[in-house]
Design a protein around this ligand. Structure first.
Ligand code: CP3
Length: 343
């Protein structure tokens, strides 16, 4: 069975001897070969150059052949950028947008959503290169941010501590909030359709800031836009939904049409598996910080998680969030060996 077949089987909740495995590197600069490339080109240059983005995407798979999926090297913030709001990294960590959305006029002045696939054509090129390199053996994951999570960056003007501005907009001017979210949603639909045409086997939607809005408002602020996106994609196409800090809303997430609900490390994934409908797969959820400890601890915690899911169908092994910059290579190896050797 190829990695890709294993992954697709897990998405379809087919019984397997062990779950497929992948990790998101996002905040992690743990690979020396990534840091070496980054010394020569900036992050944005690498994202925008298909040959470089392809190389960076493949780096973890070359070092760790046991990983079952490749995730496109890009960023969720390419969507605000394509709409006319560029971004950069702050020296002391976090994101700074070029400006913040303050007025309705600024929202109306954003580029039309229809322009997005053209502006992000390099992503389609990268996916096509990856598709060829992976030759159907490994799963190829495309991704994007949720409309809500992208709106937080656009309205806050970057990373935020209290998310006051986006919440102010949500509670005081719902019409303007909806206009912005609708624009981002339309852009994401075109973007994901492009990724699927270019060869993505699944799409992961990152609702990284889903957990900062009041529980009863999560539907109107975030989930309804995600549902609209999934409805616009090909029927039954594997969409993985990851919404950090939203355990009370996992059941609602399972009814968006997503085939996989990805959970952070704060929930007991075996309990989540029992609660969610049997035709929706679950992904997760080792605490990423464990990869900064020791191989023995990683082996122990990974085995504990796997044992808790014994006999359950529809599990994709993953971290509860992205790998951290200080993750140790030997801990990553211990994770992979434990999952692939588990029986
Ligand atoms: O695993 C991968 O490399 C896949 C590519 C990927 C990146 N970002 C590359 C990246 C993915 C899937 C993302 C998603 C992303 N980007 C999210 C959603 C996931 C999550 O963390 O919840 C978010 C919120 C972003 C926005 C973003 N980009 C942040 C908050 C940061 C960290 C900024 C900082 O320095 O504090 C980034 C930078 C980023 N994106 C890096 C990578 C590899 C690190 C850049 C570097 O090399 O310094």
């Amino acid at each position: 069975m190829t990695s890709r077949e294993r992954f697709l089987a897990a998405c379809a909740c087919t019984p397997l001897d062990r779950p497929p495995l992948w990790v998101m590197r996002q905040a992690g600069r743990y690979l020396p070969e990534y840091r070496a490339l980054k010394a020569k080109s900036s992050f944005l240059e690498m994202v925008r150059t298909p040959a470089l983005a392809t190389e960076v995407t493949l780096q973890p798979l070359r070092r760790f052949p046991g990983i079952d999926a490749a995730i496109l090297f890009s960023d969720i913030l390419v969507i605000p950028e394509a709409l006319g709001q560029s971004y950069k990294f702050r020296d002391n960590g976090g994101i700074a947008m070029e400006y913040r959305l303050d007025t309705r006029a600024q929202i109306d002045a954003l580029a039309p959503a229809a322009a997005v696939p053209d502006r992000l054509a390099y992503v389609a090129e990268t996916l096509a290169l990856l598709k060829k390199e992976l030759a159907g053996q490994k799963m190829l994951l495309g991704f994007g941010g949720s409309p809500w999570t992208l709106a937080t960056y656009m309205v806050e003007g970057g990373s935020s501590e209290d998310f006051e501005r986006i919440k102010q907009l949500f509670y005081t001017d719902r019409a303007t909030f909806d206009a912005l979210l609708e624009k981002i949603t339309t852009a994401l639909i075109a973007y994901f359709q492009m990724q699927i045409r270019a060869g993505a086997d699944a799409i992961q939607i990152f609702d990284s800031w889903g957990g900062i809005i009041a529980g009863p408002d999560y539907g109107a602020a975030s989930l309804k836009w995600i549902r609209t996106i999934i409805e616009a994609l090909p029927k039954n196409f594997p969409v993985i939904l990851y919404a950090k800090g939203t355990s009370p809303q996992l059941t609602d997430q399972a009814f968006t049409g997503a085939r996989v609900v990805s959970v952070d490390w704060t929930c007991d994934i075996a309990v989540v598996r029992r609660i969610l409908p049997g035709n929706v797969a679950v992904q997760g959820n080792l605490d990423p910080v464990l990869l900064n400890t020791t191989p023995a601890i990683v082996r122990h915690e990974t085995t504990r998680l796997l044992d808790s899911m014994r006999g359950a169908h529809g599990h994709i092994f993953n971290l509860g969030h992205g790998i951290m910059p200080h993750a140790k290579l030997e801990c990553m190896q211990a994770l992979i060996d434990t999952v692939t050797g588990w029986h």
